[in-house]
Design a protein around this ligand. Structure first.
Ligand SMILES: Nc1ncnc2c1ncn2[C@@H]1O[C@H](COP(=O)(O)OP(=O)(O)O)[C@@H](O)[C@H]1O
Ligand SMILES: [Mg+2]
Length: 313
């Protein structure tokens, strides 16, 4: 195991016995994943993919059936592994009679912080999540977005190095989501490793540098968002392209090839592709096709995640 990795799992597996259905379910199935320190990592997958179970395994809430996991090189089954971790559970319910400051104070006390350190940290965090004016207001008056921001602050009380967030923007409106993303970016700048689960693709695409896609317990894809969506451009193919023209266009294209008498050029932008088409046609060439290439994360996602039948949900 790599002690420099914030998270590392090897063939991590969790099987649940669903007695009422008379079957076993491999909620997490042989997942090997490494998350470097200081990055923002998004685990993406449809409902039931196993994302929550994965986070619960990392936190020692659920025990692995097989395989292993470490946080900063410490086995997840050991309580010390959790010292440097902050956690915001999915669908959390904070008692509505608490005030924002009261909740943070309680969270800090649970982490063993003394009263002075708690006071200082509460002011700092309320400022980070933009809830200074709400410090002494009961949570029953908070909006969903505010509760999520307070949940983030609660997870950050003991200044963890790793933040695990399960569906942090679920049920939050677009403005609230934007605020949460800004906070996460700020944390990343401070060197905190952020690992979030989401079934919302755009969320992960906007908030994370790296992403893994999970489907039915298995990891189907992992990489940098930038690499997974790379290669966007327009592929122009044409026949009867004179050799001299081929060479001229080759110099301008991102890549070019001559196959079975067909010239192929990849241009990064639509403008360049259009200009090339004009030139080819002006020189007696025949346009065969212009095809957009590369993918959005959504296309990558739809290609890698198989459709689910209601039975499997
Ligand atoms: N405690 C449990 N007992 C039995 N089955 C469970 C339990 N928790 C989750 N599952 C099943 O494991 C699968 C993955 O669930 P979960 O990790 O919550 O997925 P996700 O967070 O991606 O929606 C689902 O099929 C779910 O029904
Ligand atoms: Mg979940």
């Amino acid at each position: 195991m790599d002690p420099d990795a914030a998270i590392e799992t090897r063939e991590l597996t969790r099987v649940y016995r669903q007695r009422w259905r008379g079957r076993e379910i491999r909620a997490v199935d042989g997942v090997s994943l490494k998350v470097a320190r200081g990055t923002s990592f998004g685990l993406l997958g449809p409902n039931g993919a196993g994302k929550t179970t994965f986070v619960k395994l990392l936190l020692g809430i659920v025990r692995p059936t097989a395989g292993s996991a470490t946080l900063f090189g410490v086995d997840c089954r050991r309580p010390e592994a959790r010292l440097r971790v902050g956690y915001l559970p999915e669908n959390h319910r904070l008692p509505s009679y608490w005030t924002g400051a009261g909740l943070l104070d309680f969270a800090g006390a649970l982490s063993g912080m003394d009263a002075r350190a708690r006071r200082r940290r509460i002011a700092e965090l309320l400022d980070l999540v933009g809830l200074q004016e709400w410090a002494n207001v009961r949570l029953s008056r908070y909006s969903k977005g505010m509760l999520q921001r307070l949940g983030l602050a609660q997870a950050l009380m003991h200044a963890p190095s790793l933040l695990l967030l399960d569906e942090p923007t679920d049920g939050v409106d677009p403005v609230g989501r934007q605020q949460i993303r800004a906070i996460l970016r700020e944390l990343e700048d401070q060197g905190v490793t952020v690992f979030l689960n989401s079934h919302l693709l755009s969320e992960v695409e906007l908030a994370c540098r790296e992403v893994a896609i999970m489907d039915r317990g298995r990891l189907v894809l992992a990489g940098r968002v930038k690499d997974l969506t790379a290669g966007k451009g327009y592929l122009v193919t044409a026949a009867h392209v004179p050799e001299a023209l081929f060479e001229t266009l080759r110099a301008k294209a991102a890549s070019a090839a001559m196959r079975d008498g067909l010239a192929e050029f990849l241009f990064p932008t639509r403008e360049e592709a259009n200009r090339a088409v004009d030139v080819v046609r002006a020189h007696g060439g025949w346009l065969e096709s212009v095809t957009p290439t590369g993918s959005t994360l959504e296309e990558v996602f739809m290609r890698t995640v198989r459709p689910q039948t209601p039975e499997q949900l």
